[in-house]
Design a protein around this ligand. Structure first.
Ligand code: FES
Length: 162
C-alpha cells in the first residue's frame, strides 16, 4: 500500500521514478482517459478521472473481467470502477471491494455499504516531465487480482481462444 504522501506524488515530479514503467505521455493518457498496457509482465490499467491518474491491475479480481470497460461511479463517498461483467465495485484509490448489506430486522430495511478489504492491486502513478509511469505496488500480501496476472491464467486464456 502507499502512504498518502506517495499517493499525492502522482501529480508531478522532476526526477525519474525508481523502478517505474513508462505508460505514455500525460497528454495521450488524459486524451484516451483509459490506457491498458503490459509492463513488467503485468497488465495494468491507467485511467484519468476528474484530473486524477489511477493505476490498477487490468483484470477484475472476481473473475478476470475487463476493468478498462467499467463505468466509474461514486458509492458511499468513494470513487469506484464498476466491473462490466458482474458489477463489482472497486475503489480507485485502494482497490477495495465494496458491497451493500441489508439488515433484515431493521424497518424499513436500509442497505449499508461495507468493504471486503483490498481485492484489486492498485499501483502508484507518477508524472515526470509530461510522461506517465507506473510503479508496482510490491506488497507481499497476496491480493485476489494477482491470479489474473499469472502465466497459469494466461495459459488458460490462450487455450480457450478459438
Ligand atoms: S469479473 Fe468483475 S465482477 Fe465478475
Amino acid at each position: 500500500m502507499f502512504s498518502e504522501e506517495e499517493q499525492a506524488s502522482c501529480t508531478s515530479s522532476s526526477s525519474d521514478p525508481p523502478s517505474a514503467h513508462f505508460i505514455g505521455t500525460k497528454d495521450d493518457v488524459v486524451q484516451a482517459k483509459r490506457v491498458t498496457k503490459l509492463v513488467g509482465g503485468r497488465d495494468v490499467l491507467v485511467l484519468c478521472h476528474l484530473g486524477q491518474l489511477h493505476a490498477m491491475d487490468m483484470r477484475c479480481y472476481h473473475s478476470g473481467g475487463p476493468l478498462q470497460e467499467g463505468d466509474i461511479e461514486e458509492f458511499d463517498g468513494r470513487m469506484c470502477i464498476v466491473c462490466p461483467w458482474h458489477q463489482y465495485k472497486i475503489t480507485l484509490a485502494e482497490g477495495e471491494g465494496l458491497y451493500q448489506k441489508v439488515n433484515p430486522s431493521s424497518t424499513p430495511p436500509k442497505p449499508t455499504w461495507h468493504s471486503k478489504g483490498i481485492k484489486q492491486r492498485v499501483h502508484l502513478v507518477t508524472e515526470v516531465n509530461g510522461n506517465v509511469y507506473v510503479t508496482f505496488n510490491d506488497s507481499l500480501d497476496t491480493i485476489d487480482s494477482d491470479f489474473y496476472q499469472t502465466e497459469r491464467y494466461r495459459t488458460i486464456m490462450n487455450k480457450a481462444k478459438p
